[in-house]
Design a protein around this ligand. Structure first.
Ligand code: NDP
Length: 282
């Protein structure tokens, strides 16, 4: 029977570390790190995420500020706001909450965040630095997954890792981080032939698909570590992952639950990134 990787507990530990280090930063620099979140439109889920981010900043002693803009905001207005935040010395991190309302060019807007303030790690410069093995602001969810592995005492070096999903937000950076940690990495996706067989090769299986309970128990190698990034509503209306948790638990050595696994790590790593960006700017 696998051990449950408790993302809530690890996230609390990360937040406590950040709170401590924010105190050290304030003493050294006479200011606190600042995160500015831009929310365009009134998507209810985004509103909840943004409030959580603001609250999380408060709790670790950072300055969190949300810019709420109407859905009618034009591309030029949004770019002008980002330009102002890029130039503002009190702003260390800038995050544009996704999805953006239709009519706004998401790619151009994410590219307009200065790479040194890109705490989501989505800018192509940061993606390029990560794939070149150089220090960068790394996307928060894959960072959180790596921390969960570390907390479980799992060293990826020499292990077979399979990442299912190749998005720029999760799958690709996750694969890069595992590669940097010396795993032998396979990236699987919707065109992968015989996905169950590919998954069965994994010592470390990271799943970021967005389909409820798609990965079945018999896709999991005996003793594998399973990291489930998925967040879906199951047929019963409850939150569930991409992995059939009950089936995978008896086979895995470690497994993340949904909720309470990867999810809580994402905001904790956002706080870490904001502190990192602040330190880099001094
Ligand atoms: P995307 O939709 O951007 O990417 C999904 C990936 O899964 C794609 O690469 C796609 O392949 C692949 N895929 C889709 N269907 C299949 C299939 N049948 N077989 C194999 N691969 C498939 O999603 P994200 O990466 O943004 O997110 C993935 C999941 O993680 C979602 O459930 C999301 O809610 C969750 N998430 C959770 C976060 C957290 O904090 N816990 C943060 C971010 C995301 P292809 O490229 O070929 O289309």
């Amino acid at each position: 029977m696998g051990s449950v990787l408790d993302g809530k507990a690890v996230a609390a530990k990360v937040r406590a570390e950040v709170a401590r280090d924010v105190g050290v930063f304030r003493a050294a620099h006479g200011r606190v790190p600042g995160l500015d979140v831009v929310l365009v439109g009134a998507d209810p889920a985004s509103e909840v995420y943004v409030r959580h981010k603001e609250k999380a900043c408060d709790e670790v002693g950072m300055r969190g500020r949300v810019h709420r803009l109407p859905a009618t905001t034009t591309q030029a207005e949004l770019l002008a706001l980002l330009e102002g935040l890029n130039a503002d010395a009190s702003v260390d991190g800038v995050l544009v909450q996704l999805p953006l309302p239709r009519g706004l060019d998401e790619k151009a807007i994410l590219d307009a965040v200065h790479p040194s303030k890109d705490v989501d790690g989505f800018h192509p410069i940061n993606a390029g630095l990560l794939s070149s093995g150089r220090p960068a602001l790394v996307p928060c969810t894959p960072s959180g997954c790596m921390r969960l592995l570390a907390e479980a005492g799992v060293d990826p070096a020499g292990k077979r890792a399979v990442v299912v999903g190749r998005s720029n937000i999760v799958g690709k950076p996750m694969a890069q981080l595992l590669l940097a940690a010396n795993a032998t990495v396979t990236i699987a996706h919707s065109r992968t032939a015989d996905l169950p067989a590919v998954c069965r090769e994994a010592d470390i299986l990271v799943v970021a698909i967005g389909r409820a309970r798609m990965v079945r128990g018999d896709w999991v190698r005996e003793g594998a570590v399973v990291i489930d990034v998925g967040m879906n509503r199951g047929d019963d209306g409850k939150l569930c992952g991409d992995v059939a948790y009950d089936e995978a638990l008896p086979r895995a050595s470690f497994i993340t639950p949904v909720p309470g696994g990867v999810g809580p790590m994402t905001i904790a790593c956002l706080l870490e990134n904001t502190l990192k960006a602040a330190r880099a700017r001094g």
